[in-house]
Design a binder for this molecule. Structure first.
Ligand SMILES: [Fe+2]
Length: 431
């Protein structure tokens, strides 16, 4: 089964909680979010008359099966629910909108307990602990979650400890380029800055690895990349994820985030501050001296140039309030156009070589009509992939390996259109 209905439900639940908290229950954004939640609950319960989501040990289960992707994508909400003492959520078919609103209220901390005996119930737990399928979450996912936790903690006013950050991102060292690129497709639109930061960290490390940096340099690059938007984290997600156009004051605020981030890093304790602060300060500075802040003729640090490219790539391939996501191939074309003006030519070349013609983590339709996720290749290696959709458009329960060398690509597919996120397939590739 695809994790998509569960992920859509959790996304709707998280958005509803967020809107209830920031706009109040009578507001239009909250009402819209609750309508979306009711729709997502309806899709979720096509799987059965009663769907049970179990939370155990920081992981999320659908019935007895662990959902590795949703565990990472919603690890903040799952952690929050566990701390509230919630260990399962039961949703019945045709769940009452009022009960769903109560659930969003409980999770966002805006209302009290869920009424007993409704169409949405907490802590019934029909799945026994011993029946849960305890397959391990991969190391890459664990490091991803730990990195998110670090950023959330900083966003909530926690103290920055560089040694601790380096210790966490260390977990990304040694992952293959293809796995890292697949993992860097995870997104969560209610916590955009956090997920973006971890993706930029993974992409930067992949580039750094590709150009031959040693482990020590990779650690420092990764710590700086994870913290590159710390200024945004400190400014707060709500202020930055406003829909619609920014006012000139908002824009001035946004342009200050590099300095804010760099200052916070320099004020922290632990090693690697100078490089991380340079990365935070310079990630929007361009090679031609444009961008911000003005570096007064100085070129950005080599690590800042790597992060600038990873940052641009992730931003281009993400959906934004004012535009849809673009494909990895389009992103690579845009990066190519910025060579020498915005971006360091040597780093762009290394990145394009790393991605190859079929970037790992991207999705294509082949001549037969089947949809393929690229799971390997780049750096001169032949591309490999998995068929995830058959020619009738049905999602395969067991993705099938395919040799991409003998296939003709006829169209690029975006994860958000296909309802399949390449990171879902990580375990199938890592084995
Ligand atoms: Fe930024």
């Amino acid at each position: 089964m695809s994790e998509l209905p569960v992920r859509s439900f959790l996304q709707a639940l998280q958005s509803a909680g967020e809107r209830l908290k920031s706009h109040g229950p009578a507001s239009q954004p909250a009402r819209d979010a609750l309508v979306a939640l009711a729709q997502a609950a309806q899709v979720l319960t096509t799987a059965g008359p009663e769907v049970v989501l179990t939370l155990s040990d920081g992981a999320l289960y659908f019935g007895p099966k662990m959902l590795p992707h949703a565990t990472v994508e919603f690890n903040g909400m799952i952690g929050g629910m566990s701390r509230m003492g919630i260990d399962s959520v039961t949703v019945t078919r045709d769940a009452h909108p009022g009960d769903l609103a109560d659930l969003a209220g409980v999770i966002s901390g805006t209302s009290g307990d869920l009424p007993v005996g409704g169409t949405v119930r907490l802590n019934e737990r029909p799945i026994a602990e011993s029946d849960l399928d305890r397959s391990p979450v991969s190391g890459l996912r664990k490091t991803y979650s730990a990195s998110l936790d670090t950023l959330r903690d900083l966003g909530a006013g926690g103290r920055l400890d560089m040694g601790q950050v380096i210790g966490i991102v260390e977990g990304f060292i040694g992952s293959s380029a293809a796995s890292s690129l697949m993992m860097a497709t995870v997104r969560n639109y209610d916590e955009t800055t956090y997920y973006h930061s971890v993706n930029v960290c993974l992409l930067s490390m992949t580039i750094g690895n590709g150009i031959g940096l040693g482990d020590d340099d990779l650690r420092h690059l990764a710590a700086g990349a994870l913290l590159h938007d710390l200024g945004r984290v400190l400014l707060g997600e709500a202020a930055l994820s406003k829909k619609g156009s920014l006012t000139s004051e908002d824009w001035a605020q946004v342009r200050l985030h590099p300095q804010e981030g760099a200052q916070a890093i320099l004020a922290a304790s632990g090693p690697g501050q100078e490089i991380a602060a340079a990365i935070a300060l310079e990630h929007h500075a361009r090679m031609d001296g444009d961008g911000y802040p003005d570096l007064m003729g100085r070129t950005p640090h080599p690590f800042s140039r790597i992060v600038a490219i990873a940052d641009a790539y992730d931003a281009i391939t993400s959906r934004r309030p004012h535009r849809p996501a673009r494909t990895p191939l389009e992103a690579m074309r845009i990066l190519g156009e910025g060579t020498g003006t915005a971006f360091d030519p040597a780093v762009v070349t290394a990145f394009l070589h790393l991605m190859g013609e079929y970037p790992p983590g991207s999705m294509f339709r082949i001549e037969s009509g089947e949809v393929v996720v690229v799971t390997g290749g780049g750096q001169g290696a032949p591309p490999s992939g998995l068929i995830v959709r058959d020619r009738e458009g049905r999602t395969l329960a067991e993705p099938q390996p395919v040799d991409l060398d003998n296939q003709k690509m006829v169209g690029v597919v975006l994860p958000e259109d296909a309802g399949i996120d390449p990171a879902e397939l990580l375990e199938a590739v890592e084995g």
